[in-house]
Design a protein around this ligand. Structure first.
Ligand SMILES: Cc1cc2nc3c(=O)[nH]c(=O)nc-3n(C[C@H](O)[C@H](O)[C@H](O)COP(=O)(O)O)c2cc1C
Length: 315
């Protein structure tokens, strides 16, 4: 059962699909540690996304454990690594829509249909996103979406002009099915709504087709076709806070999936430090760090991102 819970953990969203996690099973405990060989120093220099990712995996395990009759207590080890410990104890199994959503959820990088989300569903999303350690700001007004878009575009332009960012992204793209299946990690082109091509063409053509203006136009369409955008803000700007932000996002993503909604990150506004500071002022959060920025709405399903088998991530 604990091995199966680890598999649920690996289905979590994770930055660039590098799957920067290692899991250890001991008696009734699952420990999640970062796999720093899979960090992305250009987009994530302080490992914020690594820890948010581990939080997403932990949340999946907590939800799946409950559905399978195990109550989970999550703690973060007080050491340099900040490993997440999940202690499990027998309880009555409680199936839930969020549990069933774990295998359905995906980050859907497509245009959505612009339809609004009913207010009772928005309430459920906000409730899922908020916790003792994390606040969430949800926006649905067109004026807010247009303003937030400007921060995403500013961040995207900075990243597109950063060679280290572009090289790192290219390294993790899987340009066709056989590449994606061989690695079982990374960003499969079709999962981002892009055509599949032979790897050598993808690598060469990447610089030609991956242009600042075209990408910014895409984000304009993506954000303005969304029903809303939500920002996650952890109380503490520490690894523990980043893990909490990941857990909150994952609760939101599972709730959204259970409600028939799609979602995708537009983190450019929180990844580039200067833009993040301006975005924090916009949110009026008194200099706190906004951790994650996500759009949501009704949209199509895209091809799935693969994961490495459990054997490869168990230590
Ligand atoms: C902390 C974190 C940051 C992410 N940042 C971005 C992002 O800025 N842009 C994006 O398109 N996807 C982002 N993702 C989504 C991942 O790329 C996605 O989860 C991964 O490719 C696996 O795909 P799946 O979630 O559809 O299974 C992020 C995910 C996490 C957990």
């Amino acid at each position: 059962m604990l091995r199966e819970l680890v598999r649920y953990g690996t289905l979590a969203p994770n930055s660039h699909n590098t799957q920067p996690w290692l899991f250890q099973i001991q008696n009734r405990r699952i420990t999640i540690r970062p796999d720093m060989s899979r960090r992305c120093p250009a987009v994530d220099p302080d490992n914020h996304h690594v820890y948010a990712t581990l939080g997403c995996a932990a949340e999946n395990i907590v939800v799946a454990a409950k559905a399978n009759g195990l109550a989970a207590i999550v703690s973060v080890a007080d050491d340099d690594e900040s490993a997440i410990r999940i202690d499990l104890d027998a309880t009555a199994p409680a199936d839930s829509p969020r549990y069933r959503a774990i295998t359905e959820r995906q980050c859907t990088r497509a245009e959505y249909d612009g339809k609004p989300v009913p207010s009772d569903e928005l309430d459920l999303l906000e409730k899922a996103a908020r916790s003792d350690g994390t606040d969430a700001r949800l926006f649905t007004a067109r004026a807010d979406l247009e303003q937030i878009l400007e921060y995403v575009v500013a961040g995207n332009s900075a990243q597109m002009n950063d060679d280290a960012f572009v090289d790192e992204l290219r390294h993790w793209i899987r340009f066709n099915e056989s590449d994606a299946v061989r690695h079982r990690d990374g960003l499969f082109s079709a999962s981002s709504g892009n055509p599949t091509v032979p790897t050598w063409i993808g690598r060469l053509g990447f610089g030609l087709f991956f242009k600042e203006d075209t990408e910014n136009d895409k984000y304009r369409r993506h954000i303005l076709s969304s029903a809303g955008v939500i920002a996650f803000i952890a109380d503490q700007d520490t690894k523990q806070g980043w893990i909490e932000a990941g857990r909150s996002y994952q609760r939101f993503a599972l709730q959204a999936t259970a409600s028939g909604l799609k979602n995708a990150f537009v983190n450019q506004a929180v990844e580039v430090p200067e833009v993040r500071t301006q975005f924090s002022d916009y949110l009026g959060i008194g200099g706190q760090r906004p951790n994650l920025l996500v759009r949501f709405g009704y949209g199509p399903e895209l091809p799935r991102s693969l994961r490495r088998p459990v054997d490869q991530v168990l230590v």
